[in-house]
Design a protein around this ligand. Structure first.
Ligand code: SF4
Ligand code: SF4
Length: 317
């Protein structure tokens, strides 16, 4: 596995970053020991970088992983929607407590859309910068699905890490296309910001062309790492193989390309609309039956809808 410095943070990350959302309660909901076994397997393949978020509910898996794997020193990035200093303090304390770590390597403002959103989160950002001075965080940044989010971060020198959405088809970029996002990412890289990409497989929509989609992401010189959601050893083998530029066995390629993950809405949906109001892709629509339905072609399996459903109707499998 190749390792690269994440901008000027001093953190040297594996090119393949494990997107932990996939194993947690919003998606596969693997039993703790099963989830940790996959994470540990990824470590044996050279992965030292794990991406999560407060809302993913995956801190227990990572806590156990960190308890069981002392070397190499594993790197974690997490995120919070907090916008105030008090809210971010709570998020950071929760992460440190639940991960059982004195510090968090990378703390991001979750889903920043524009300069306006960033201004609205200034207090939370300032809190993280102070936490970094106290050694509680090593690097501070944002995650974003928009070109405007990346561009806005360029004007804020405190943002050292950017976690933007990019894939071969530009799926899920909310305000532009692949080339506009690439241009913004390259500008950020030129300024020394650490970049690690998300959604290289478009939330599962690009699984039929997984190898070329991953190669596209790993070939971006501006990206130190690429976060990929995984839940099986086969997926780890496939993704690590592509990251390492190794030939992928035909049977593994066939298996991965046939995989399909989908959002399922259970029959007991009451059509309240709460999920649709939290979908960044406008992928949820009410049907004539009074229940919510998903437009699969627009869904990125981000899981944001699942966490707000009061009736626990939404699953990915
Ligand atoms: S939040 Fe749950 S109950 Fe409400 S519309 Fe969505 S799936 Fe149905
Ligand atoms: S439908 Fe749900 S999982 Fe799909 S993009 Fe919208 S919020 Fe994300």
């Amino acid at each position: 596995m190749e390792y690269r410095f994440l901008g000027r943070t001093g953190l040297k990350v594996s090119r393949l970053c494990f997107g932990v959302l996939t194993i947690g309660p919003l998606q596969a909901n693997l039993p703790l020991t099963e989830g940790v076994a996959i994470l540990k397997y990824a470590v044996t393949r050279g992965v030292n970088f794990f991406d999560t978020a407060e809302i993913y509910g995956t801190y227990p898996y990572l806590r156990l992983l960190f308890q069981e794997v002392k070397t190499p020193q594993l790197i974690v990035a997490t995120k919070s929607y907090a916008f105030s200093a008090a809210g971010m303090k709570k998020s950071l304390e929760k992460a440190r407590r639940e991960l059982n770590r004195d510090f968090v390597d990378i703390f991001l403002l979750h889903e920043q859309e524009s300069a306006l959103t960033l201004r609205g989160h200034r207090e939370a950002l300032d809190f993280l910068v102070k936490a970094k001075e106290r050694g509680l965080v090593k690097a501070v940044g944002i995650s974003t699905h928009t070109v405007a989010g990346v561009r806005a971060a360029l004007a804020v020198p405190e943002i050292e890490v950017i976690h933007p959405l990019l894939n071969i088809q530009g799926l899920g970029i909310r305000d532009g296309d692949r080339s506009q996002m690439l241009e913004a990412i390259e500008a950020a890289h030129a300024l020394g910001r650490g970049i690690y990409l998300m959604k290289p497989l478009g939330g599962g929509n690009l699984l039929s062309e997984a190898e070329s989609a991953l190669k596209f992401a790993f070939s971006q010189p501006a990206a130190a790492a690429v976060a990929v959601g995984m839940k099986t050893r086969e997926e780890v083998d496939f993704n690590a193989g592509v990251a390492d530029n190794l030939p992928v066995p035909a049977d593994l390629k066939a298996k991965i390309s046939k995989e399909k993950r989908k959002l399922h809405i259970e029959d007991w949906c009451e059509g309240c609309g709460e999920c649709a109001s939290h979908c960044p892709q406008q992928a949820l629509k009410s049907g004539p039956d009074g229940k919510m339905h998903v437009k699969e072609e627009d869904c990125l399996l981000c899981g944001y809808c699942a966490r707000v459903c009061p009736l626990f109707c939404i699953k990915v499998y």
